[in-house]
Design a protein around this ligand. Structure first.
Ligand SMILES: Cc1cc2nc3c(=O)[nH]c(=O)nc-3n(C[C@H](O)[C@H](O)[C@H](O)COP(=O)(O)O)c2cc1C
Length: 357
């Protein structure tokens, strides 16, 4: 695969990736539930967050480093889990974990995208987390958790916003059946009723998962402050603010909005992750000001992989890194700790100007 020459921007990688996909995969990736406005609403909320820089501070080169769930990371951004990421490039999950580990980044890979855990090569030490769906009984879950621990995953997130397969009109129009292109994920049980376990998820089940592992555990798909509080009570180490990229319920609040509320109600030691419409380093900096520890990129990393495989993903992180350093300088901050709520303000509704967002 040929990447755009030079140092491509996140935007260029997005466009290059889109150019490599069939029309139906493009629809599957970009589409939302209902009228499809969810992704745009996530963007619109981020575009309303405006910086109020303190321009004279920050004379030293900025430090992007921080910690995430006990591990040192080189920058506060990474990948959101995408179960069908093999549609972007073959063996995508392997490429993702290797790039994340090499760059010292945290991120999530989806169980649905992962090669067979029993035969996979161990991971290098990293802050890479495995995203679980509860697609089996406790016996299956326990075995999956133990195998993943042995293979070196730092911890887990469990996604709870997907009790049913969502109503996505663009996929329905295309009569799109994802698994036709990908086959059965090797780490799911051979059980036609496996999805029923995901349908039945409740707090008791999450408590049982908590008891299965000492590794960091994050609950993904939260928008409501009451559920964020409950997650902490149940013993989760992190909450992951997400509306599944607008793909499950079309009209939810935007994640930038939910982030500010949730970050305020969870204790300091609880990690806050967010995704949904984040496209460049200014977006990451905004989220840090609003209380996020880690920002993850969904469609952007899929498209970077489609544009150039592992090299495409490296190029995305390189672009984010460079933009983040320059913008921190321009905002007058030298470290992530200086990104505080007073550096942003919610402005008036803003007309999205980027054609492809
Ligand atoms: C094609 C596609 C597949 C996804 N698959 C999963 C998945 O398997 N597990 C999961 O927790 N989230 C999944 N998500 C949601 C992403 O993790 C993330 O929440 C969302 O893409 C973030 O929004 P963004 O794409 O605007 O960055 C998927 C998203 C897309 C677009």
């Amino acid at each position: 695969m040929d990447l755009p020459a030079g140092a491509p921007t996140a935007d260029e990688l997005w466009d290059a990736g889109l150019g490599r996909l069939s029309a139906e995969v493009r629809d599957h990736l970009l589409g939302g539930a209902s009228d499809g406005c969810g992704p745009a609403r996530n963007r619109a909320a981020l575009e309303q967050v405006l910086f109020v820089p303190k321009v004279v501070g920050g004379a030293r080169p900025p430090d992007l480093g921080t910690t995430f769930l006990g591990r040192r990371i080189s920058a506060p951004f990474g990948t959101a889990p995408i179960g069908s990421v093999d549609l972007a490039t073959p063996q995508a999950a392997r490429a993702i974990v290797e790039v994340l580990a090499r760059r010292g980044l945290a991120g999530f890979v989806g169980l649905l995208a992962l090669e067979d855990l029993r035969t996979m090569a161990p991971l290098p030490e990293s802050a890479v987390m495995l995203q679980l769906y509860l697609r089996g009984d406790d016996g299956w879950l326990h075995e999956t958790v133990k195998l993943s621990e042995d293979k070196g995953f730092h911890g887990f997130c469990v996604t709870v916003d997907s009790r049913e397969k969502a109503y996505r009109p663009r996929d329905r129009r295309n009569r799109y059946v994802k698994r036709d292109n990908l086959g059965k994920p090797p780490n799911l049980p051979d059980d036609p009723l496996a999805y029923d376990h995901q349908r039945a998820v409740d707090w008791q089940r999450l408590e049982r998962l908590r008891a299965m592992t000492d590794r960091p555990l994050v609950l993904k798909g939260l928008l409501h402050t009451a559920e964020a509080r409950r997650a902490v009570e149940v013993g989760f180490d992190g909450v992951y603010v997400s509306n599944h990229g607008g793909r499950n319920v079309g009209h939810t609040i935007a994640t930038a909005e939910a982030l500010a509320e949730i970050a305020q109600v969870v204790p300091e030691e609880c990690a806050v992750v967010v995704d949904g419409g984040f496209r460049d380093a200014e977006d990451v900096l905004k989220a840090r000001c609003l209380g996020a520890d880690l920002v993850t990129f969904g469609r952007s990393h899929f498209l970077a992989l489609a544009a150039g495989g592992a090299a495409g993903l490296e190029a995305l992180f390189e672009a984010l890194d460079e933009q983040m350093r320059l913008t921190m300088r321009l905002l007058g901050v030298e470290s992530l700790a200086e990104l505080t709520p007073d550096l942003v303000r919610i402005g008036p509704p803003w007309q999205t100007v980027h054609a492809h967002h």
